[in-house]
Write a protein that binds this ligand. Structure first.
Ligand SMILES: C[S@@+](CC[C@H](N)C(=O)[O-])C[C@H]1O[C@@H](n2cnc3c(N)ncnc32)[C@H](O)[C@@H]1O
Length: 351
């Protein structure tokens, strides 16, 4: 499984920002209480805005939600890089940027833009972001985005990380952009809303780069009333995380999220139906194992009989695979007889 952590230089800057808020990482009990309080706030107010005016909320976000969302955004950046999603993009608007979670992750993934606008309705997270980014970054921070401040739409990337839930709808300039990157919580409700947003974007002339490997209808939206698409990565926690988490009811061994990368320019080459995304966990059923797979508008499964194989495929949700030309298709199943030759796991280096 892909593993992602929180880099040491950000750990150090985050610890200093927490000290300034009088929340030392050396006193994890106080931080845990703040995290629990903010988590409870989000649960009670799913569409509510982060209460940035509160010192405890700033500390909770920095200590907990920032590292977790940074890892999620880093995973999305990696998928974007291997799909060629960022090619030719010159400006980025991180809307609802908070403490800069997505901007920091994209920069860390090696992505550079001529113009980077970080927009949040509240001053407090922008100030936190400035401290985390450090001097000389060339970033611009704003509490609003007037039309005159928008960079050219032809090379513009619009980023929304964990913000769509706080917005009634995406701003109109987003759909006029060349590229959109959306990251959402992995709940069924948020995930299905993202699939509907994918459908709307495709109707507007966008093309899906990831997680989708095709431009057809989404099988989870159109062929199921309850499925939703989400990814999972392994979380490499920073030092001190165990102490913070020991005071919390929720534990993060792995991180889940839903995301979509879409551009007006079509992908360089159509990769469907040979290239496919693993979108489920393996399920054993009466001598057979099935795992949801996406490569087109049909809701399909990779399927194999474990007793007939010397080695079973070991695929994680979110993996990208290439199917061999001779693979057997039976109804909604892609049947594997020899996974070693019929299936190739694509790592970023092989893209
Ligand atoms: C849950 S936080 C996400 C922060 C960051 N993008 C991340 O991934 O961690 C949502 C952010 O969106 C901001 N926000 C909500 N509505 C907004 C709006 N209409 N304009 C600008 N920012 C907004 C909030 O202030 C908050 O900082």
């Amino acid at each position: 499984m892909r593993r992602i952590g929180y880099p040491p230089e950000l750990q150090a800057k985050t610890a200093r920002a927490l000290e300034r808020l009088e929340y030392a990482t050396a006193r994890p009990g106080e931080l845990s209480a703040a995290v629990k309080r903010l988590s409870d706030f989000y649960i009670a107010n799913p569409a509510g805005s982060t209460p940035w005016g509160e010192r405890w909320a700033q500390a909770a976000y920095l200590a907990y939600f920032l590292p977790l969302n940074f890892a999620r955004a880093s995973a999305v950046a990696r998928e974007g890089l291997r799909a060629g999603f960022f090619s030719g993009l010159e400006s980025m608007i991180d809307f609802g940027s908070g403490p800069g979670t997505a901007q920091l992750a994209l920069a860390r993934a090696g992505l550079a833009f001529r113009t980077v606008l970080c927009v949040d309705q509240r001053e407090e997270p922008l100030t936190l972001h400035q401290a985390l980014a450090g001097p000389g970054t060339g970033l611009t921070w704003r509490t609003s985005l007037p039309t005159a401040a928008l960079p050219s739409r032809e090379t513009r990337l619009a980023v929304f990380s964990y913000v769509a839930t706080e917005l009634d709808r995406l701003p109109s300039w987003a759909a006029e952009s060349e590229a959109i990157l959306l990251i959402e919580p992995s709940t069924r409700e948020d995930g299905r809303r993202l699939l509907e947003r994918r459908r709307a974007l495709l109707e507007m002339g966008f093309h899906a780069y990831a997680p989708c490997t095709h431009q057809g209808a989404c099988p989870l939206l159109e062929k199921s009333g309850k499925d939703w698409c989400h990814d999972r990565i392994a979380w490499d926690p920073p030092p001190g995380w165990g102490a913070l988490e020991s005071g919390l009811p929720m534990k993060n061994r792995t991180l889940t999220f839903s995301y979509l990368l879409a551009r007006r320019t079509p992908p360089a080459a159509s990769t469907a139906p040979r290239r496919a995304r693993v979108i489920g966990d393996p399920r054993a059923e009466k001598g057979k194992t099935r795992q949801l797979l996406c490569r087109g508008p049909e809701r399909e499964f990779l399927a194999w009989f474990p007793r007939r194989l010397s080695a079973e495929p070991a695929l994680d949700r979110g993996d990208l695979v290439e199917l061999g030309a001779g693979v057997e298709i039976r109804a909604n199943e892609v049947r594997l007889k020899d996974p070693g030759t019929e299936l190739q796991l694509l790592t970023p280096e092989e893209m």
